[in-house]
Design a protein around this ligand. Structure first.
Ligand SMILES: [Fe+2]
Ligand SMILES: [Fe+2]
Length: 196
């Protein structure tokens, strides 16, 4: 496995994001079973986080930094990278739709539970599949074709963007948000300590 900072950051951010996405589904399942309404503030915070950090920063690092270097080194993955870029471009629209579905559930209650649950399941499945392709196909290809100068440039860029969920020093705003989410989501679904 690659020891490059870039690869580690991508994998760590994927792991943190997967935990967040799975927590959303677990929370929904729990409330469906109990026939209760979820804590909407917690769900709003979780979706805002998914919107804010990964959509605006994680994907950008891939689309703007990693993928162009891969395209420059090999023609092999162009279609795949185009597809992943397409996912990144649609990501913002998708999360906006999901946030709207959540608002519907919050405003109108039970009659919109199902809509939101289905939208959340679709979104999570889409996202997990996207990250799996990156880990199984893109990162191994990067290991094969990128030069040490490519990696130096990427590592320098990636070093400036860390995710609070993975335990690295974040910007103050993201730390505050992370702490709110941890406090809002109860164990055993909770996300654990940011400094684990
Ligand atoms: Fe991606
Ligand atoms: Fe990714």
């Amino acid at each position: 496995m690659s020891s490059h900072l870039t690869t580690r950051v991508i994998r760590e951010e994927h792991a943190a994001l997967s935990a967040m996405l799975r927590s959303i589904l677990l929370l929904l399942e729990q409330h469906r079973r109990q026939q209760t309404l979820p804590d909407f503030a917690a769900l709003r915070a979780m979706l805002f986080y998914v919107d804010e950090f990964p959509e605006k920063r994680h994907h950008r690092k891939e689309t703007e930094l990693l993928f162009p270097k891969l395209r420059a080194r090999t023609p092999l993955a162009r279609e795949l990278l185009d597809r992943l870029d397409g996912d990144h471009a649609r990501g913002e629209h998708n999360i906006r739709e999901l946030e709207h579905a959540l608002l519907g559930f919050e405003m109108l209650g039970e009659s919109r539970r199902n809509d939101f649950e289905q939208a959340a399941q679709r979104y999570v499945a889409f996202y997990l599949a996207h990250m799996a392709i990156e880990e199984q196909q893109v990162l191994p290809l990067a290991d094969e074709v990128l030069t040490s100068q490519d990696w130096d440039e990427l590592d320098a860029a990636f070093a400036t963007n860390r995710d609070p969920l993975t335990g690295h020093e974040p910007e103050a705003d993201y730390r505050t948000l992370f702490t709110r989410i941890v406090n809002l989501v109860p164990a055993p679904i909770g996300l654990g300590s940011p400094t684990r």
